[in-house]
Design a protein around this ligand. Structure first.
Ligand SMILES: Nc1ncnc2c1ncn2[C@@H]1O[C@H](COP(=O)(O)OP(=O)(O)O)[C@@H](O)[C@H]1O
Ligand SMILES: [Mg+2]
Length: 258
């Protein structure tokens, strides 16, 4: 893992300290969590005192430390390819943000107009969202949905769009971001992957900062390097990488405090 991060260092000097998110214990996922239809991967909600949740709090604090000047209000979560844990990271980071006493209103926007799954993971279904807003124009308030999680609002993906690149690159998207920044204390953009589609670079370029998820043991270094180049070409502000799904055992005694 150390070598992996060293390779990345040559590509981009990380502003965030490298963070690892352990893979989720099977018993967490299998357990029916309080009969709720919220995705059990959202550990910050179901298991706020677990070592994994602590890692998300660390990520929150790292972002806050970078935000001394106050101009890091929107952060996009992206990755090289699909299934690297972007959405799970975005959801857990959003909930970690809601627990910050200084953060009163947190918004998570599903900017994956092709396969976005933010709403169903929070048990919200068939809602008009970002694609309708960008296609048809609407009142912003009509696409903001309160969730079962206190202080967390989302904008769902909406209908699958035929032209996601054009929609996300439109002036309307930039204008929407401006409006949202006035309404919320912190905004997270869940993005599609960088390598297969052009959408991600566009989403990342409208954010103040970008976190790149890398699936440990899954994504090849060359692909991550390529994705980083794509991201930098889009003039996005890459804050750093987080390794997801890392297999390691955390000895119980280290966490006696929590
Ligand atoms: N920390 C984790 N531990 C175990 N599995 C995970 C973890 N994060 C994500 N996954 C698995 O990876 C799948 C893809 O995650 P997701 O966040 O939807 O990826 P992406 O948004 O990058 O496509 C999830 O459905 C889940 O099964
Ligand atoms: Mg996703």
């Amino acid at each position: 893992m150390k070598n992996f991060l060293n390779v990345l260092k040559g590509v981009h000097d990380s502003k965030l300290s490298s963070l690892t998110i352990p893979s989720l214990p099977k018993e967490f996922v299998l357990k029916s969590v309080h009969d709720s239809n919220i995705d059990p991967h959202i550990v910050t909600h179901f298991y706020p005192k677990s070592p994994i949740s602590e890692q998300y709090l660390r990520l929150r604090e790292s972002i806050k430390n970078l935000n001394k000047s106050g101009d890091l209000k929107t952060v996009a979560v992206t990755s090289s390819v699909a299934e690297e844990g972007k959405t799970i990271t975005a959801l857990n980071l959003a909930i970690a943000m809601t627990k910050d006493v200084d953060c009163r209103k947190v918004l998570l926007v599903d900017c994956d107009l092709r396969r976005g799954q933010v709403a169903p993971r929070l048990d919200l279904h068939s809602k008009a969202g970002l694609s309708e807003y960008l296609m048809l124009g609407a009142d912003v308030d009509n696409i903001l949905y309160k969730t079962k999680i206190d202080k967390l609002t989302i904008i769902p993906r909406g209908k699958i769009a035929d032209n996601p690149v054009e929609l996300l690159a439109s002036a309307k998207m930039k204008d929407l971001m401006k409006k949202l920044k006035e309404k919320f204390d912190f905004i997270i953009l869940d993005s599609p992957p960088l390598v297969p589609v052009a959408d991600a670079g566009i989403v990342c370029s409208v954010a103040d900062g970008v976190i790149m998820a890398v699936r440990a043991g899954g994504t090849q270094r060359g692909i991550v390097k390529h994705a980083t180049e794509l991201l930098l070409q889009s003039h996005s502000n890459l804050l750093g990488y987080i390794l997801t799904n890392v297999e390691y055992h955390i000895p119980e005694y280290l966490y006696r405090y929590v």
